[in-house]
Ligand binder design. Structure first.
Ligand code: SAH
Ligand code: SF4
Ligand code: F3S
Length: 472
């Protein structure tokens, strides 16, 4: 028997890329690949790239420089290392990658991952292979389901893509060009996926999509189901304790989603609802198709349905033409809403987007200064939100051992990491925890239920802020 080939995937960008990396793993597992932690000893390295801001896409070429050295080193030892570029930079700049980086064997856009085995074979026979056309078939019909072992290895919280692509065309954004038009998966397929995950120990599902609440998949009754109805169906599946979804657009918040928050205990009261700016003039220039007031009203509808609901958002500072007064409108909106978390970015012009042709008016120094002011405000709201947990007893879904021996970490309903000392059988359970203190972004507490054990006084290693992973 041939020894298994080793595969290393390095993902950048959003949750969709994390999920896609798993799908690529599952596809290539069928070709005899096993995952390896390091690129250096891999037979195939896939860079799963992000094009959202200039910084993100620049990383690709520096990473390819490093991989070229690793490939040369492997060749010196008689090993044939293959390098593939996937993700949104592959889609946007595929031809250029082929031209600029001779070390790359395969370029594959996000809609073609089901063709990876044949692209690798083509690269072997023809030298190199590129596929960035949007294929006519839906890749999800061809990507194999994960094996039970793979599901268990990935832990108790899983992503499931329900929708991909975006038809919104915000003027700053590459996503409609890199991911294509909105496509929703049928309800039955999603139900199958979630059942398989639940059967193998997954307790929390995050439904993902570039514009997840634009979901309109075919239901088993032949009708089109909105996201709220899908959530109702998934909440019935045995073993699923928690449901989440991300990322939503304020324009697509249908009543069924609001009532899902009112009616479903499993649907967590934490919503990521990007607004980008608090200025109506900037929102119009961004083609967001909503005003700041529209956004406030959407927030109010959620809050009326569920009082303990909390929000996070994305913001862009320094969009072309943004005045100090318009930036102040963003700060004012943040003050009014009161966020539990937020991700703010300096505007980055992206080739091919309408905003790239607009005159940039905000200097680098002004952008830095606006970013700092906004981040300080959001940070203070986040700390206040986290501090308010101290003394309360909250439900935590435990996910894994923490770095300190004997300590375990999970997430609250509001996605805050929470640490306790306990035994490993708490993993996969939702248990009440009395929160005693806060260290950076992590809550520390004690199990409050019957299985509670006394706390020990070891220093905690706070989990890194979710900002680093979710910020796309
Ligand atoms: N589909 C999601 C977000 C995708 S990108 C949505 O519609 O909300 C994640 C975030 O990156 C965006 O919300 C936006 O705040 C930021 N972003 C996108 N394009 C950007 C650009 N050109 N410059 C700076 N930030 C950008
Ligand atoms: Fe990009 Fe989101 Fe706007 Fe779509 S809705 S264009 S993904 S920012
Ligand atoms: Fe980046 Fe593409 Fe996601 S550009 S944020 S990887 S959709």
């Amino acid at each position: 028997m041939k020894p298994p080939r080793k595969l290393h995937i390095k993902s950048y960008g959003c949750q969709m890329n994390v999920y896609d990396a798993q799908r690529m793993m599952d596809t290539l597992a069928g070709e005899g690949f096993v995952e390896t932690e390091s690129a250096d000893d891999a037979d195939l390295v896939i860079l799963n790239t992000c094009h959202i801001r200039e910084k993100a896409s620049e990383k690709v070429y520096s990473e390819l420089g490093r991989l070229r050295l690793a490939k040369d080193e492997a060749a010196r030892h008689g090993r044939d290392m293959r390098i593939a570029v996937a993700g949104c930079v592959a889609q946007a700049e595929g031809e250029e990658i082929i031209r600029r980086a001779p070390t790359v064997d395969v370029v594959v856009g996000p809609q073609s991952y089901h063709h990876l085995p044949e692209l690798l074979a083509r690269a072997k026979s023809e030298g190199r292979a590129l596929e960035t056309e949007f294929p006519v078939e839906d890749k999800f019909n061809f990507l194999p389901a994960p094996k039970p072992d793979a599901i268990r290895a990935r832990g108790i919280s899983a992503f499931v893509t329900v929708q991909e692509g975006c038809d919104k065309f915000c003027t700053f954004c590459v996503v409609p060009y890199t991911r294509g038009a909105e496509v929703s998966r049928p309800v039955a397929k999603i139900v199958d996926d979630v059942k398989r995950l639940a059967d193998n120990g997954v307790r929390e599902i995050t439904l993902i999509g570039q514009n997840v609440n634009a979901y309109h998949g075919e239901g088993p009754d032949g009708r089109t189901w909105p996201l709220g109805k899908l959530l109702h169906r998934l909440a019935e599946i045995d073993g699923i304790a928690r449901l989440r979804y991300s990322t939503s657009h304020p324009r697509d918040v249908e009543e069924s989603l609001i009532t899902a928050h009112r009616d479903l205990d499993a649907l967590m009261p934490f919503v990521h609802l990007p607004v980008q700016s608090g200025s109506d003039r900037i929102l119009a220039a961004m083609n967001r198709k909503h005003t700041a007031d529209d956004y406030r009203r959407v927030i109010d509808r959620f809050r009326t349905a569920r009082q303990d609901i909390a929000f996070s958002s994305d913001f862009i500072v320094g969009f072309p033409g943004e005045t100090e007064g318009e930036f102040a409108a963003t700060l004012a909106l943040v003050m009014q809403i009161g966020y539990a978390a937020g991700y703010s970015f300096k505007y980055s012009p992206r080739p091919g987007t309408p905003a790239a042709d607009m005159q940039e008016t905000v200097s680098a120094a002004e952008m830095d200064e606006r970013l700092v002011r906004l981040q300080e405000l959001i940070d203070s709201q986040q700390s206040a939100f986290n501090k308010a947990m101290i003394g309360n007893t909250v439900d935590v879904l435990f996910e894994r051992a923490a770095r300190n021996p004997g300590q375990f970490v999970g997430r609250t309903a509001h996605l805050q990491p929470a640490h306790v000392f306990a035994s490993s059988d708490i993993i996969g359970q939702v248990l009440p925890v009395r929160i005693d203190s806060l260290e950076r972004y992590s809550l520390l507490g004690e199990l409050a239920g019957p299985s509670a054990r006394p706390a020990q006084s070891l220093p905690v290693q706070p989990a890194s802020s979710s900002q680093e992973t979710l910020g796309a």
